[in-house]
Design a binder for this molecule. Structure first.
Ligand SMILES: NC(=O)c1ccc[n+]([C@@H]2O[C@H](COP(=O)([O-])OP(=O)(O)OC[C@H]3O[C@@H](n4cnc5c(N)ncnc54)[C@H](OP(=O)(O)O)[C@@H]3O)[C@@H](O)[C@H]2O)c1
Length: 337
Protein backbone atom coordinates (compact mmCIF):
# COMPACT_ATOMS: atom_id res chain seq x y z
CA UNK A 1 0.00 0.00 0.00
CA UNK A 2 1.29 3.49 -0.73
CA UNK A 3 -0.68 5.30 1.94
CA UNK A 4 -3.58 5.36 4.41
CA UNK A 5 -5.25 8.50 5.73
CA UNK A 6 -6.80 8.52 9.22
CA UNK A 7 -9.57 11.11 9.44
CA UNK A 8 -10.06 11.83 13.15
CA UNK A 9 -6.87 11.00 15.06
CA UNK A 10 -8.33 10.04 18.45
CA UNK A 11 -8.42 6.74 20.34
CA UNK A 12 -9.48 4.49 17.45
CA UNK A 13 -7.69 6.47 14.71
CA UNK A 14 -4.34 6.60 16.54
CA UNK A 15 -4.46 2.94 17.61
CA UNK A 16 -5.51 1.42 14.29
CA UNK A 17 -3.58 3.96 12.21
CA UNK A 18 -0.52 3.35 14.40
CA UNK A 19 -0.71 -0.44 13.94
CA UNK A 20 -1.12 0.10 10.18
CA UNK A 21 2.04 2.23 10.11
CA UNK A 22 3.93 -0.34 12.20
CA UNK A 23 3.07 -2.84 9.43
CA UNK A 24 5.11 -0.69 7.03
CA UNK A 25 2.33 1.41 5.46
CA UNK A 26 2.79 5.21 5.38
CA UNK A 27 -0.09 6.66 7.43
CA UNK A 28 -1.25 10.30 7.49
CA UNK A 29 -3.14 11.38 10.63
CA UNK A 30 -5.66 14.24 10.44
CA UNK A 31 -6.67 15.48 13.87
CA UNK A 32 -7.15 18.31 16.32
CA UNK A 33 -4.30 20.49 17.66
CA UNK A 34 -4.60 18.94 21.17
CA UNK A 35 -3.90 15.42 19.91
CA UNK A 36 -1.39 16.43 17.23
CA UNK A 37 0.53 18.57 19.74
CA UNK A 38 0.97 15.58 22.06
CA UNK A 39 2.04 13.34 19.16
CA UNK A 40 4.57 15.96 18.00
CA UNK A 41 6.01 16.15 21.52
CA UNK A 42 6.25 12.50 22.55
CA UNK A 43 5.38 10.41 19.50
CA UNK A 44 2.76 7.66 19.54
CA UNK A 45 2.75 4.80 22.03
CA UNK A 46 0.44 1.78 21.60
CA UNK A 47 -0.12 -0.78 24.33
CA UNK A 48 -2.62 -3.55 25.02
CA UNK A 49 -3.62 -6.02 27.68
CA UNK A 50 -1.65 -8.82 25.95
CA UNK A 51 1.68 -7.06 26.38
CA UNK A 52 1.87 -5.06 23.15
CA UNK A 53 4.08 -2.01 23.72
CA UNK A 54 5.20 -0.22 20.53
CA UNK A 55 6.29 3.33 19.87
CA UNK A 56 6.44 5.46 16.75
CA UNK A 57 8.82 8.42 17.20
CA UNK A 58 7.35 11.88 16.57
CA UNK A 59 9.66 12.38 13.57
CA UNK A 60 8.11 9.37 11.81
CA UNK A 61 4.51 10.62 12.20
CA UNK A 62 2.74 12.45 9.32
CA UNK A 63 0.40 14.85 11.11
CA UNK A 64 -2.10 17.28 9.56
CA UNK A 65 -4.86 19.59 10.79
CA UNK A 66 -6.71 19.19 7.46
CA UNK A 67 -6.50 16.43 4.83
CA UNK A 68 -3.73 17.56 2.42
CA UNK A 69 -5.21 18.23 -1.04
CA UNK A 70 -2.19 16.67 -2.77
CA UNK A 71 -2.70 13.29 -1.07
CA UNK A 72 -3.86 10.21 -3.04
CA UNK A 73 -4.33 7.61 -0.27
CA UNK A 74 -5.21 4.00 -1.18
CA UNK A 75 -7.59 3.92 1.77
CA UNK A 76 -9.10 6.32 4.31
CA UNK A 77 -10.24 5.39 7.83
CA UNK A 78 -13.04 7.59 9.15
CA UNK A 79 -12.57 7.62 12.94
CA UNK A 80 -14.54 10.64 14.19
CA UNK A 81 -17.47 10.34 16.62
CA UNK A 82 -20.94 10.08 15.06
CA UNK A 83 -21.79 13.77 15.61
CA UNK A 84 -18.81 14.78 13.44
CA UNK A 85 -19.46 12.35 10.57
CA UNK A 86 -21.20 14.63 8.09
CA UNK A 87 -18.70 17.47 8.40
CA UNK A 88 -15.68 15.15 8.18
CA UNK A 89 -17.15 13.25 5.20
CA UNK A 90 -17.89 16.51 3.38
CA UNK A 91 -14.29 17.68 3.95
CA UNK A 92 -12.98 14.36 2.58
CA UNK A 93 -15.31 14.69 -0.42
CA UNK A 94 -13.76 18.07 -1.26
CA UNK A 95 -10.15 16.90 -0.99
CA UNK A 96 -9.91 13.25 -2.13
CA UNK A 97 -9.93 11.90 -5.69
CA UNK A 98 -13.25 10.46 -6.92
CA UNK A 99 -13.89 6.89 -5.82
CA UNK A 100 -11.32 6.86 -2.96
CA UNK A 101 -12.31 3.98 -0.63
CA UNK A 102 -13.19 5.05 2.93
CA UNK A 103 -13.99 2.71 5.83
CA UNK A 104 -16.14 4.14 8.62
CA UNK A 105 -14.65 2.63 11.80
CA UNK A 106 -17.48 4.08 13.88
CA UNK A 107 -20.09 2.64 16.20
CA UNK A 108 -23.79 2.67 15.36
CA UNK A 109 -25.57 1.66 12.19
CA UNK A 110 -25.95 4.81 10.11
CA UNK A 111 -22.54 6.51 9.96
CA UNK A 112 -21.44 5.03 6.62
CA UNK A 113 -24.76 5.96 4.98
CA UNK A 114 -24.69 9.48 6.48
CA UNK A 115 -21.13 9.88 5.19
CA UNK A 116 -22.11 8.52 1.75
CA UNK A 117 -24.88 11.11 1.55
CA UNK A 118 -22.44 13.90 2.43
CA UNK A 119 -19.80 12.72 -0.08
CA UNK A 120 -21.35 10.38 -2.66
CA UNK A 121 -18.27 10.68 -4.89
CA UNK A 122 -16.20 8.53 -2.46
CA UNK A 123 -16.50 4.75 -2.07
CA UNK A 124 -17.87 4.12 1.44
CA UNK A 125 -17.57 0.89 3.45
CA UNK A 126 -19.13 0.33 6.87
CA UNK A 127 -16.70 -0.98 9.48
CA UNK A 128 -16.74 -2.27 13.05
CA UNK A 129 -14.17 -2.03 15.86
CA UNK A 130 -14.89 -4.69 18.51
CA UNK A 131 -12.38 -3.57 21.13
CA UNK A 132 -12.08 -0.68 23.54
CA UNK A 133 -9.27 1.88 23.11
CA UNK A 134 -8.54 4.60 25.65
CA UNK A 135 -6.12 7.51 25.70
CA UNK A 136 -4.15 6.70 28.85
CA UNK A 137 -2.05 9.87 28.65
CA UNK A 138 -1.30 12.30 25.79
CA UNK A 139 0.03 10.25 22.86
CA UNK A 140 -0.47 6.89 24.64
CA UNK A 141 -3.38 4.71 23.44
CA UNK A 142 -4.28 1.44 25.13
CA UNK A 143 -6.49 -1.37 23.85
CA UNK A 144 -8.38 -2.77 26.83
CA UNK A 145 -10.28 -5.67 25.19
CA UNK A 146 -9.76 -7.94 22.17
CA UNK A 147 -11.29 -9.03 18.84
CA UNK A 148 -10.84 -8.62 15.07
CA UNK A 149 -11.93 -5.61 13.03
CA UNK A 150 -14.71 -6.07 10.47
CA UNK A 151 -15.60 -4.19 7.28
CA UNK A 152 -18.14 -4.46 4.52
CA UNK A 153 -16.43 -5.62 1.34
CA UNK A 154 -14.64 -8.56 -0.26
CA UNK A 155 -11.16 -9.63 -1.22
CA UNK A 156 -11.88 -8.00 -4.61
CA UNK A 157 -11.77 -4.59 -2.93
CA UNK A 158 -8.05 -4.26 -3.48
CA UNK A 159 -7.43 -1.52 -0.90
CA UNK A 160 -9.28 -3.50 1.79
CA UNK A 161 -7.42 -6.69 0.91
CA UNK A 162 -4.06 -4.86 1.07
CA UNK A 163 -5.00 -3.30 4.42
CA UNK A 164 -6.07 -6.72 5.71
CA UNK A 165 -2.65 -8.11 4.79
CA UNK A 166 -0.88 -5.15 6.43
CA UNK A 167 -2.90 -5.48 9.65
CA UNK A 168 -2.14 -9.18 9.77
CA UNK A 169 1.58 -8.28 9.90
CA UNK A 170 0.77 -6.24 13.04
CA UNK A 171 -1.14 -9.13 14.57
CA UNK A 172 -4.59 -7.61 14.03
CA UNK A 173 -7.41 -9.44 12.24
CA UNK A 174 -9.79 -7.84 9.72
CA UNK A 175 -12.83 -9.84 8.60
CA UNK A 176 -14.57 -8.83 5.37
CA UNK A 177 -18.36 -9.29 5.12
CA UNK A 178 -20.69 -8.95 2.10
CA UNK A 179 -23.30 -7.49 4.48
CA UNK A 180 -22.03 -5.91 7.70
CA UNK A 181 -25.47 -4.98 9.09
CA UNK A 182 -25.86 -8.09 11.33
CA UNK A 183 -22.38 -7.43 12.78
CA UNK A 184 -23.21 -3.74 13.33
CA UNK A 185 -26.46 -4.61 15.13
CA UNK A 186 -24.60 -7.19 17.24
CA UNK A 187 -22.07 -4.49 18.20
CA UNK A 188 -24.82 -1.96 18.89
CA UNK A 189 -26.43 -4.38 21.37
CA UNK A 190 -23.11 -4.53 23.26
CA UNK A 191 -22.68 -0.75 23.00
CA UNK A 192 -25.98 -0.28 24.86
CA UNK A 193 -23.71 -0.68 27.87
CA UNK A 194 -21.97 2.61 26.99
CA UNK A 195 -24.69 4.87 28.45
CA UNK A 196 -25.06 2.57 31.48
CA UNK A 197 -21.33 2.74 32.07
CA UNK A 198 -21.21 6.51 31.55
CA UNK A 199 -24.05 7.13 34.04
CA UNK A 200 -22.56 4.71 36.61
CA UNK A 201 -19.37 6.78 36.84
CA UNK A 202 -17.40 3.51 37.25
CA UNK A 203 -14.81 1.61 35.23
CA UNK A 204 -16.46 -1.03 32.97
CA UNK A 205 -15.43 -3.98 35.10
CA UNK A 206 -16.73 -2.49 38.37
CA UNK A 207 -19.98 -1.49 36.67
CA UNK A 208 -20.55 -4.97 35.22
CA UNK A 209 -19.97 -6.49 38.67
CA UNK A 210 -23.10 -4.74 40.01
CA UNK A 211 -26.30 -6.61 39.20
CA UNK A 212 -28.50 -3.51 39.10
CA UNK A 213 -26.49 -2.02 36.22
CA UNK A 214 -26.51 -5.40 34.44
CA UNK A 215 -30.31 -5.56 34.79
CA UNK A 216 -30.56 -2.15 33.12
CA UNK A 217 -28.29 -3.30 30.28
CA UNK A 218 -30.22 -6.58 29.85
CA UNK A 219 -33.51 -4.65 29.66
CA UNK A 220 -32.15 -2.27 27.01
CA UNK A 221 -30.80 -5.22 25.00
CA UNK A 222 -34.03 -7.22 25.34
CA UNK A 223 -36.09 -4.30 24.08
CA UNK A 224 -33.72 -3.94 21.12
CA UNK A 225 -33.70 -7.68 20.35
CA UNK A 226 -37.50 -7.86 20.29
CA UNK A 227 -37.62 -4.96 17.83
CA UNK A 228 -34.86 -6.48 15.66
CA UNK A 229 -36.83 -9.76 15.54
CA UNK A 230 -40.00 -7.89 14.58
CA UNK A 231 -38.09 -6.06 11.84
CA UNK A 232 -36.57 -9.39 10.59
CA UNK A 233 -33.06 -8.03 11.03
CA UNK A 234 -30.46 -10.71 11.76
CA UNK A 235 -27.99 -10.05 14.56
CA UNK A 236 -24.49 -11.54 14.52
CA UNK A 237 -23.16 -13.23 17.64
CA UNK A 238 -20.05 -11.30 18.73
CA UNK A 239 -19.64 -12.86 22.18
CA UNK A 240 -19.17 -16.51 23.23
CA UNK A 241 -22.91 -16.59 24.08
CA UNK A 242 -25.69 -15.74 21.60
CA UNK A 243 -27.44 -12.41 22.39
CA UNK A 244 -30.50 -13.97 24.11
CA UNK A 245 -28.39 -16.21 26.34
CA UNK A 246 -26.32 -13.14 27.22
CA UNK A 247 -29.46 -11.58 28.71
CA UNK A 248 -29.78 -14.54 31.10
CA UNK A 249 -26.12 -14.26 32.03
CA UNK A 250 -26.42 -10.53 32.75
CA UNK A 251 -29.39 -11.10 35.06
CA UNK A 252 -27.63 -13.75 37.18
CA UNK A 253 -26.65 -12.96 40.78
CA UNK A 254 -23.17 -11.44 40.85
CA UNK A 255 -21.25 -14.42 42.34
CA UNK A 256 -22.59 -16.66 39.53
CA UNK A 257 -22.06 -13.95 36.91
CA UNK A 258 -18.46 -13.52 38.04
CA UNK A 259 -17.83 -17.24 37.41
CA UNK A 260 -19.84 -17.61 34.21
CA UNK A 261 -18.63 -14.36 32.63
CA UNK A 262 -14.93 -14.71 33.45
CA UNK A 263 -14.03 -14.12 29.78
CA UNK A 264 -16.32 -11.11 29.44
CA UNK A 265 -14.74 -9.62 32.56
CA UNK A 266 -11.26 -9.79 31.02
CA UNK A 267 -11.22 -6.02 30.81
CA UNK A 268 -8.52 -3.70 32.11
CA UNK A 269 -9.43 -2.52 35.59
CA UNK A 270 -9.41 1.10 34.45
CA UNK A 271 -11.19 0.74 31.07
CA UNK A 272 -14.32 2.89 30.69
CA UNK A 273 -16.69 3.64 27.87
CA UNK A 274 -15.55 6.79 26.06
CA UNK A 275 -19.09 8.08 26.60
CA UNK A 276 -18.05 8.60 30.24
CA UNK A 277 -15.26 10.94 29.03
CA UNK A 278 -17.70 12.71 26.72
CA UNK A 279 -20.02 13.41 29.68
CA UNK A 280 -17.14 14.53 31.89
CA UNK A 281 -15.87 16.93 29.22
CA UNK A 282 -19.30 18.26 28.24
CA UNK A 283 -19.06 16.86 24.67
CA UNK A 284 -21.98 15.59 22.62
CA UNK A 285 -22.29 11.84 23.19
CA UNK A 286 -23.10 9.07 20.70
CA UNK A 287 -26.27 8.06 22.59
CA UNK A 288 -28.36 9.06 19.59
CA UNK A 289 -26.41 6.59 17.40
CA UNK A 290 -27.04 3.82 19.96
CA UNK A 291 -30.30 4.08 21.98
CA UNK A 292 -31.62 6.57 19.41
CA UNK A 293 -31.14 3.97 16.65
CA UNK A 294 -33.35 1.54 18.61
CA UNK A 295 -35.99 4.24 19.06
CA UNK A 296 -35.94 4.91 15.29
CA UNK A 297 -36.18 1.17 14.58
CA UNK A 298 -39.26 1.03 16.85
CA UNK A 299 -40.86 4.03 15.17
CA UNK A 300 -40.32 2.42 11.77
CA UNK A 301 -42.41 -0.51 13.05
CA UNK A 302 -45.10 1.79 14.47
CA UNK A 303 -43.95 0.86 18.00
CA UNK A 304 -42.08 2.45 20.87
CA UNK A 305 -38.80 1.68 22.68
CA UNK A 306 -39.51 3.30 26.05
CA UNK A 307 -36.45 1.98 27.88
CA UNK A 308 -33.96 3.07 25.23
CA UNK A 309 -35.79 6.36 24.88
CA UNK A 310 -35.53 7.02 28.63
CA UNK A 311 -31.86 6.07 28.66
CA UNK A 312 -31.21 8.49 25.81
CA UNK A 313 -33.04 11.22 27.74
CA UNK A 314 -31.02 10.52 30.93
CA UNK A 315 -27.73 10.88 29.06
CA UNK A 316 -28.90 14.05 27.38
CA UNK A 317 -30.01 15.47 30.76
CA UNK A 318 -26.59 14.77 32.38
CA UNK A 319 -25.42 18.43 32.30
CA UNK A 320 -28.26 19.27 34.72
CA UNK A 321 -27.38 16.42 37.12
CA UNK A 322 -23.63 15.72 36.87
CA UNK A 323 -23.82 13.03 39.58
CA UNK A 324 -23.45 9.28 38.87
CA UNK A 325 -26.48 7.01 39.28
CA UNK A 326 -26.36 4.16 41.79
CA UNK A 327 -27.78 0.87 40.41
CA UNK A 328 -31.06 1.46 42.28
CA UNK A 329 -31.31 5.05 41.01
CA UNK A 330 -30.71 3.95 37.42
CA UNK A 331 -33.24 1.11 37.61
CA UNK A 332 -35.80 3.56 38.94
CA UNK A 333 -34.96 6.28 36.43
CA UNK A 334 -35.61 4.04 33.44
CA UNK A 335 -38.75 2.61 35.08
CA UNK A 336 -37.55 -0.86 36.07
CA UNK A 337 -37.81 -0.90 39.86
N1 LIG B 1 -12.73 4.38 21.74
C1 LIG B 1 -13.21 3.16 21.64
O1 LIG B 1 -12.96 2.30 22.48
C2 LIG B 1 -14.08 2.76 20.47
C3 LIG B 1 -14.27 1.40 20.22
C4 LIG B 1 -15.05 1.02 19.13
C5 LIG B 1 -15.60 1.97 18.33
N2 LIG B 1 -15.42 3.28 18.61
C6 LIG B 1 -16.03 4.25 17.71
O2 LIG B 1 -15.01 4.88 16.94
C7 LIG B 1 -15.39 6.23 16.65
C8 LIG B 1 -14.28 7.16 17.16
O3 LIG B 1 -14.21 7.03 18.57
P1 LIG B 1 -12.95 7.53 19.40
O4 LIG B 1 -13.14 7.01 20.78
O5 LIG B 1 -11.70 7.23 18.67
O6 LIG B 1 -13.20 9.10 19.37
P2 LIG B 1 -12.17 10.26 19.76
O7 LIG B 1 -11.11 9.75 20.67
O8 LIG B 1 -13.01 11.42 20.18
O9 LIG B 1 -11.44 10.60 18.38
C9 LIG B 1 -12.00 11.33 17.33
C10 LIG B 1 -11.11 12.52 17.08
O10 LIG B 1 -11.45 13.08 15.82
C11 LIG B 1 -11.44 14.50 15.96
N3 LIG B 1 -12.21 15.09 14.88
C12 LIG B 1 -13.55 15.26 14.75
N4 LIG B 1 -13.84 15.84 13.58
C13 LIG B 1 -12.66 16.07 12.95
C14 LIG B 1 -12.32 16.66 11.71
N5 LIG B 1 -13.24 17.15 10.88
N6 LIG B 1 -11.01 16.76 11.40
C15 LIG B 1 -10.05 16.26 12.24
N7 LIG B 1 -10.33 15.69 13.43
C16 LIG B 1 -11.62 15.59 13.78
C17 LIG B 1 -12.05 14.70 17.33
O11 LIG B 1 -11.86 16.01 17.80
P3 LIG B 1 -13.06 16.75 18.64
O12 LIG B 1 -13.22 15.97 19.89
O13 LIG B 1 -12.53 18.12 18.81
O14 LIG B 1 -14.29 16.68 17.77
C18 LIG B 1 -11.30 13.64 18.13
O15 LIG B 1 -10.04 14.13 18.53
C19 LIG B 1 -16.74 6.44 17.35
O16 LIG B 1 -17.81 6.23 16.48
C20 LIG B 1 -16.73 5.39 18.44
O17 LIG B 1 -18.03 4.97 18.83
C21 LIG B 1 -14.66 3.72 19.66
Amino acid sequence: MTGVLVMGAGSVGCFIGGLTQLAGVPVHFVGRPRVLGALRKQGLRLTDQDGLDRRIPALDLRLHEEPPTSLRPDLVLLCVKSGATVEAAATLGLTLPLGTPVVSLQNGISNASAAREAAPQLHWHAGMVPFNVAEISPGHYHRGTGGALAAEGSAEDLALAAWQAALARSGMGLQLHADLAPVQWGKLLLNLNNPVNALSGLPLRDELLQRGYRRVLAALQQEALELLDAAHRPVAQLTPLPPRRLLMLLRMPTPLFRLAAARMLRIDAKARSSMADDLAQGRITEVDALCGEIVRLAHGLGRGAPLNQRMQALVQAWPKRRRPYSPAELLKAIGLS
